[in-house]
Write a protein that binds this ligand. Structure first.
Ligand SMILES: Cc1ncc(COP(=O)(O)O)c(C=O)c1O
Length: 447
């Protein structure tokens, strides 16, 4: 059985070009993105192909990050490649509205149950920032309610985490890092996730709340049985006269063609998109009921808000995104297959870990999956204890050495290019890596 030290030595020996890049980069680039991924060992990707990426030394990895969840069809899918190539000779950026926007807008509108209107921007962060602004403009109120464990992007209004010392049912917010103005805390109401106390807090604060905003599925905590909570949340928002918004940046066109809205039968006032809808190019979108979306009609509009952006709705992104959505719309079997394959992967990993009594559980919603290094039930991020950090780090390093890239953030995905053979290989590498970590005694609580 391979030890961690041997796996580390093997990785070092075969990733020399990546190590050179790592040391050259340190002179110029800050490492934000690499740190985000929390990779167990620095590798730099040179190219992608279907379910695989290849690093600077031409090592091949099965990629379970797929661009942080955005490549539904895998890397360099021919329909996307062709769409981009067809746009390039005609020009890829005008600023002024182009002929390409309506194609993607129509597809997003068709696939987003709440979308009477669509506004494009360039990232998921921008989309949630605009959704907050639209809700504030529309309602004339300033406070936004967010849930313990959320991630809605990098803008100051969303950079809050629950103070672990605060009561579980009434969490208080701490800024995520420095640089977030303390005064903004007053504009955020933090709610407990999958906990009915959240409903009481919404009722209590309804006159101050512009929006209650929730991820379709929390990327930090993908629990398949979240539907009932979301439906009750929607009902409480309606009864309280507060706008209900769903962040579909990850879930949109991933957990179903109609995203979390379709999968869980919810109908928000606003929804935000990113990732999948850009076909791999930078994108964001806000959709919603026409009455609320009217605030985007211009500053002169009733309760109008400012929106804009040099690259918003640029034709290259629009064409790439439209190609992907059209392909997904025309091939509904992709979702059926993704569901089946991810279920097979999770069943195999969970059965293996149970048979060895390892403190591991794989959770998945559709094709997004997440491995938790604990046995205890997880209701919210409060229940993720992080006691198995050494085992976790060793596991991801073994996986990488065996040719499977899983970001240490544990947010992982299958794409349509991850066929049954690739899933077999994933099962083999995951189970062998757990065995290696277990044999070396790196699980502190294994029996
Ligand atoms: C649910 C959710 N909202 C918003 C964002 C931010 O999107 P972007 O990274 O495109 O700014 C993310 C990114 O992962 C996300 O998962």
């Amino acid at each position: 059985m391979l030890t961690l030290a041997t796996a580390q030595a093997e990785l070092l020996a075969k990733t020399k070009a990546s190590q050179e890049i790592a040391s050259d980069r340190a002179e110029v680039l800050n490492s934000g993105l690499a740190a985000n991924l929390e990779m167990p060992h620095p590798v730099f990707i040179d190219r992608g192909e279907g379910p695989y990426v290849y690093d600077a030394d031409d090592n091949r990895y099965i990629d379970t990050s797929v661009g942080f969840g955005l490549h539904m069809l895998g890397h360099v899918h021919p329909v996307v490649e062709q769409a981009i190539q067809a746009r390039v000779p005609k020009g890829w950026m005008f600023g002024i509205h182009s002929t390409s926007q309506l194609k993607l807008a129509n597809l997003v509108q068709e696939g987003s149950p709440c979308a009477e209107r669509v506004v494009f921007c360039n990232t998921g962060s921008e989309a949630t920032m605009y959704a907050f602004r639209a809700a504030r403009g529309y309602s004339g109120r300033d406070k936004i309610a967010l849930f313990d464990g959320f991630y809605h992007g990098a803008h100051d209004y969303g950079m809050w985490v629950a103070d672990p010392a605060s009561p579980r049912t009434t969490p208080s917010a701490l800024p995520m890092g420095h640089g977030i103005p303390g005064v903004l805390k007053e504009l955020t109401l933090l709610l407990p996730y999958r906990d009915s106390h959240a409903f009481d807090l919404i009722r209590q604060h309804k006159d101050e709340l512009a929006l209650v905003f929730v991820e379709g599925v929390q990327s930090s905590n993908p629990q398949p049985e979240v539907g009932e909570f979301l439906r009750e949340l929607e009902a409480v928002c309606r009864a309280s006269g507060v706008l209900f918004g769903v962040d579909e940046v990850i879930t949109g066109f991933r957990v179903a063609y109609g995203g979390a809205q379709e999968r869980f039968s919810i109908n928000p006032d606003l929804a935000t998109y990113g990732k999948v809808i850009g076909g791999g190019l930078p994108v964001g979108a806000i959709t919603g009921r026409a009455e609320v979306m009217d605030v985007f009609t211009g500053l002169a509009a009733d309760r109008g808000v400012f929106s804009g952006g040099t690259f918003s709705g640029n034709p290259l992104t629009m064409e790439a995104g439209a190609a992907v959505l059209k392909h997904l719309r025309d091939h509904p079997e992709i979702y059926v297959e993704l569901e089946r394959r991810t279920q097979r992967l999770a069943d195999a990993v969970n059965a293996h870990c149970e048979s060895l009594q390892l403190p591991v559980q794989m959770k998945h919603v559709g094709s997004m999956f997440h491995m938790f290094f604990q046995r205890e039930t997880i209701m919210s991020s409060r229940d993720i204890h992080g006691r198995e950090l050494s085992a976790q780090k060793a596991f991801y390093l073994h996986c990488l050495n065996a040719g499977v890239l899983v970001p240490g953030t544990q947010r992982a995905f299958l794409s349509a290019a991850h066929d049954d053979q690739v899933v077999d290989e994933l099962i083999e590498v995951f189970t062998a890596s757990f065995d290696a970590v277990n044999t070396e005694g790196l699980f502190s609580s294994a029996q």
